[in-house]
Design a protein around this ligand. Structure first.
Ligand SMILES: Nc1ncnc2c1ncn2[C@@H]1O[C@H](COP(=O)(O)OP(=O)(O)O)[C@@H](O)[C@H]1O
Ligand SMILES: [Mg+2]
Length: 288
């Protein structure tokens, strides 16, 4: 655990969001086993110059196979929350569980995708994907077969030997996604993965990500600044407050599982959900 994390006092003046009541209609969340359980977590960064409480009283249960999006103002602790789940950071209070286990150090059973694809420039697309297998010392033949499957799933066929600079931004993110999914992680964390893409590519990536999620059954936690992306992709959208970040509300738009892009945008439930999220975030920070 990094030593800049210290234990803070539990209990604050902020109201605690009761996520246990935020079960989706039909009780899906209740019925399925929690893949990720964030229980009353606080994170405080302490340095000589200042103390920052990044997160406080955060509780959230995510069901196995669920797609959860997190939106909130800059600096409210979204990336910090993902790092907690990945075990890259320890909570100052509370606990995080992945399945039956308490997260107490870096986890190898998750996938992580960041805003920048972070590909190795001298390696081909395929060899960037296979990097995951090399690091984890996974069997070569099986990893190649899985890489082939993911390349097909993400439409990268024909670009296996291309170098990163020969790929568009969207394709680079597809490579990063393949790399993150190579070891079949039960949980995929995505931190503003499409933030650097143009609007049209981003829409296309949204549609693809939804299909890939449906095909793989992976639990996904996606941090995004785009309200429409969050509502389109997720089963539930977690709206966070400004720092110190906490859960202000969890929105289930109640959209059908099959989601054509423009049809979904035109649905009244979609409009209701995006309007509510904009209200919660306040007009100033609701740039979409
Ligand atoms: N390692 C760190 N040391 C000190 N402060 C940090 C560290 N990481 C994040 N912070 C602070 O915690 C707050 C939340 O950061 P972050 O999780 O990156 O926010 P977000 O992803 O929502 O924009 C910010 O105020 C940030 O400056
Ligand atoms: Mg961030």
């Amino acid at each position: 655990m990094p030593n800049d994390v210290t234990h803070s006092q539990a209990g604050t003046t902020l109201e605690k969001a009761d996520v246990t009541k935020s079960v989706t209609p039909g009780g899906r969340t209740e019925a399925a086993a929690a893949a990720v359980r964030i229980d009353d977590v606080a994170v405080r960064f302490r340095s000589k110059k200042r103390d920052v409480t990044a997160l406080t009283d955060v509780s959230l249960d995510i069901a196995s196979g669920e797609f959860v999006a997190i939106v909130g103002p800059s600096g409210c602790g979204k990336s910090t929350l993902l790092k907690l789940v990945a075990g890259l950071l320890g909570p100052s209070a509370g606990e995080v569980r992945l399945g039956d286990e308490r997260v107490s150090g870096p986890r190898h059973d998750i996938g992580y995708v960041f805003q920048r694809a972070a590909l190795l420039e001298w390696r081909s697309a395929l060899r960037n994907i296979l990097l995951q297998a090399e690091i984890r010392k996974l069997p070569a033949a099986e990893s190649r077969a899985r890489a082939g499957e993911l390349i097909r799933m993400t439409g990268l066929e024909g670009f296996e030997e291309a170098l990163p600079h020969e790929l568009s931004g969207g394709m680079q993110q597809r490579v990063a996604l393949c790399r993150a999914l190579l070891h079949r992680p039960p949980v995929l964390l995505m931190d503003e993965p499409f933030g650097a893409l143009d609007a049209l590519t981003r829409e296309q990536m949204n549609v693809e990500l939804r299909r890939i999620w449906q095909e793989t059954g992976t639990t996904v936690i996606l941090v995004t600044h785009s309200i429409s992306e969050a509502v389109y992709l997720a089963d539930r959208v977690v709206v966070m407050s400004a720092r110190p970040g906490t859960v202000s509300e969890i929105i289930d738009a109640g959209l059908p599982a099959e989601r054509g892009y423009s049809e979904t945008m035109a649905r009244p439930e979609f409009g209701t959900a995006t309007t509510r999220i904009r209200e919660l975030l306040g007009a100033a920070s609701a740039a979409d």
